[in-house]
Write a protein that binds this ligand. Structure first.
Ligand SMILES: NC(=O)c1ccc[n+]([C@@H]2O[C@H](COP(=O)([O-])OP(=O)(O)OC[C@H]3O[C@@H](n4cnc5c(N)ncnc54)[C@H](OP(=O)(O)O)[C@@H]3O)[C@@H](O)[C@H]2O)c1
Length: 293
């Protein structure tokens, strides 16, 4: 595999404290990229940084930022920090994500899976877009999932108030990741910034370990069927480094191959509608904050 010269390139990864994001941060720092790691807990973020630094190539700068991405105020604060700190941003990796078996709402009143998995990367990317455009050729990579298959976006129940099933909701957000990427790519045409999404495979990470003992045990039982985090991060690392990828903007990848996602994920009208509704959701949260309610 041909690789871009990573030395001096600035990569920012959310969900970098564990699993796929941490493995990707380690691999990229080992190859010479400067890695900015976003975590939400200070101790886990510090520990992850130490791991990445231990294997980093000489001269690599590893930095950290703290943000609970379920809060849009935290996403905005994080974006402001990133803009103040990095004059150029070559690669943004929207990787943080989770599933919740019971319905919860964020501090903004948004159903939590939607807030973390979809609205956070949507808002964060939009806030960083001008900096990415000023760092050509830049890439935006979003960790989606094969779990999007069979899902549709519930436009009439976006906050999952009428019906909530943990895995079903997770599937919707992963479909949203792919639709977001394809609409973003259309909006980026001619800008020298490209957008890509991928499925990492079934990975033995911390995923679904936040849902109680039963789920914890289920994930342990499934471990023999899963791949390790390094393998799970392989396509992500490839999307950061491959010179070929920039020629196909907006696509979805599995094991370093472009694949067609589900028919719903290919629907341009749905992607546009989701974009507009997501903008309205973010604007709604902002205006509630500004009014202090
Ligand atoms: N594992 C799989 O089989 C699989 C398959 C397909 C797609 N994916 C996707 O892969 C991505 C990474 O997941 P993973 O498997 O590596 O799971 P993981 O080990 O649980 O890692 C998830 C990362 O996201 C962070 N995160 C979760 N909620 C957050 C929040 N509210 N604010 C900030 N950070 C938050 C976690 O931080 P903490 O350390 O603070 O918890 C952690 O760093 C997710 O988008 C997931 O949907 C995973």
């Amino acid at each position: 595999m041909d690789e871009l010269a990573l030395r001096g390139r600035q990569v920012l990864i959310t969900g970098a404290t564990n699993g796929i994001g941490l493995a990707a941060a380690e691999a990229l720092a080992a190859r010479g990229a400067n890695v900015a790691m976003v975590g939400r807990a200070e101790s886990r973020t510090k520990a992850a940084k130490a791991l990445v630094e231990a294997g980093a190539a000489p001269g690599v700068v590893v930095s950290t930022h703290l943000a609970d991405l379920s809060s849009q105020a935290a996403v905005r604060k994080l974006a402001a920090e990133v803009l103040a700190r990095y004059g150029k941003l070559d690669v943004l990796v929207n990787n943080a994500g989770a599933m919740y078996t019971t319905r919860q709402v964020s501090v903004d009143g948004i159903e939590l899976t939607w807030a973390v998995n979809h609205l956070a990367p949507f808002l964060f990317t939009k806030l960083l877009l001008d900096r990415l455009k000023a760092s050509p050729p830049a890439r935006i990579i979003t960790t989606a999932s094969g779990a999007h298959l069979g899902a549709t976006i519930p436009f009439d129940d976006l906050n999952a108030e009428r019906s909530y099933r943990g895995f079903g909701r997770y599937k919707e957000t992963k479909l949203a990741n792919i639709l977001f990427t394809s609409e973003l790519a259309r909006r980026l045409e001619g800008s020298n910034v490209t957008a890509h999404s991928f499925h990492p495979g079934f990975v033995a990470s911390g995923f679904n370990r936040n849902n109680g003992l039963l789920m914890d045990m289920a994930m342990l039982l499934l471990r023999p069927m899963s791949r390790n985090v390094q393998k799970g991060a392989e396509t992500l690392v490839w999307l950061v480094t491959s010179p070929d990828v920039v020629r196909s903007n907006g696509r979805y990848y599995v094991d370093m191959q472009a694949r067609l996602p589900s028919p719903e994920a290919q629907d341009i009208a749905t992607a546009r509608r989701l974009w507009e509704i997501s903008e309205a959701q973010c604007a709604g949260v902002l205006s509630r904050h500004e009014r202090g309610s």
